[in-house]
Design a protein around this ligand. Structure first.
Ligand code: GSH
Length: 206
């Protein structure tokens, strides 16, 4: 049995969706970021990075970083979540890296947590503006990619669609803003997937 450390509605939601899509056996452990539980000694003993998602595996080893966890889950439990031809694999990893490292961490995090980038509140408006530009450029990039297709790789979702889903989720549920058309269609398709419904329900978000 895997142990999945998560916080509802954060980027760990994408990994939760993949655990459900893959049918992996896991137990959920809540790390409440709003209460600062990522810095509690008991959690730091498991994950010194003080972040979610984190996955404790049956051999007792901890796996961190969204792209690594997603890749390992796909290869271990459901290879259909990761195209294995050279072009499909490269394009999937390209999308995941851009979504997690740029759109999320350089873009959305600047909007949501400008204090992570500058202590001085006077600098926060400029940081948010920079984050907004990175985030919107990322959304527009994926909106163009999705035009005329159901999922990023075509007909079936991959780990990249789970990364796109949590970034879309933030636009709708945190910023309370509409998604551009093709992303709105992708988000609606993801929201209809039983795995997504199960993950959101378990996180108390539905
Ligand atoms: N590079 C990490 C990013 C993980 C991350 O930033 N997680 C956020 C939640 S979306 C977090 O745990 N933040 C806690 C904090 O910043 O104190 C990954 O790919 O998993």
């Amino acid at each position: 049995m895997l142990t999945f450390f998560h916080c509802p509605g954060t980027c760990s939601l994408g990994i939760h969706v993949l655990l459900e899509e893959a049918g992996a056996p896991y137990q959920l452990i809540l790390v409440n970021l709003m209460k600062g539980e990522q810095h509690a000694p008991a959690y730091l003993a498991q994950n010194p990075k003080a972040k979610v998602p984190a996955l404790l595996r049956e051999d007792g080893s901890l796996l961190t970083e969204w792209p690594a966890i997603a890749t390992w889950l796909a290869l271990t439990y459901d290879k259909a979540l990761l195209p294995m031809d050279a072009e499909g694999l490269a394009r999937t990893l390209e999308a995941v890296d851009y979504l997690v490292a740029s759109v999320h961490m350089q873009g959305f995090t600047r909007i949501w947590r400008p204090d992570h980038f500058a202590v001085s509140e006077a600098e926060h408006p400029a940081i948010k503006e920079k984050g907004r530009a990175i985030y919107e450029k990322g959304l527009a990039t994926f909106d163009a990619k999705l035009t005329g297709r159901d999922y990023l790789g075509g007909e079936r979702p991959s780990i990249a669609d789970a990364a796109l889903f949590y970034v879309e989720y933030w636009k709708v549920n945190r910023l309370k803003e509409p998604l551009p058309d093709a992303l709105a269609g992708h988000y609606a398709r993801m929201m209809q997937r039983p795995a997504v419904v199960r993950a959101l329900t378990m996180e108390g978000l539905l």
